[in-house]
Design a protein. Structure first.
Length: 126
């Protein structure tokens, strides 16, 4: 487990919880005054600007598959190795530098998930 010093409660969490919840919730509180709509709008804007050249790749599945969980899982494993676990050991205290350096990765993974969900639903119901 990791101690998260930059969170008000300084709670101890599994690293997966940090990535699934805490980084997102902290970003929402700090950058968007706890306004989920602001976070959503920022991610949507990045999808149409910063990551626009990657969206087609995110939407595409090889061999006409409905979804590509093997690709998504491989990306997640790489992100975990390159970002989540890098420099972290049992009992680590994760401070602002961890949060700030990982936030762009978390935001991009959220964007990829949204784009891929929409593309999958379009393939199923389209």
């Amino acid at each position: 487990m990791c101690m998260l010093q930059h969170f008000p409660s300084a709670k101890t969490e599994f690293l997966s919880q940090v990535w699934d919840d805490s980084i997102i919730e902290t970003s929402e509180k700090r950058s968007y005054d706890s306004n989920t709509e602001g976070l959503i709008n920022a991610i949507q804007k990045n999808i149409t600007t910063t990551w626009a050249d990657q969206v087609k790749t995110w939407e595409t599945c090889s061999r006409n598959m409905t979804a590509c969980p093997d690709i998504y899982a491989t990306e997640s494993i790489k992100a975990a190795c390159n970002w989540a676990y890098k420099g972290v050991s049992e009992g680590s205290v994760l401070e602002d530098d961890y949060f700030l350096s990982r936030l762009p990765i978390v935001n991009m993974r959220l964007a990829q998930g949204g784009v891929r969900l929409a593309a999958t639903l379009n393939r199923v119901f389209g």
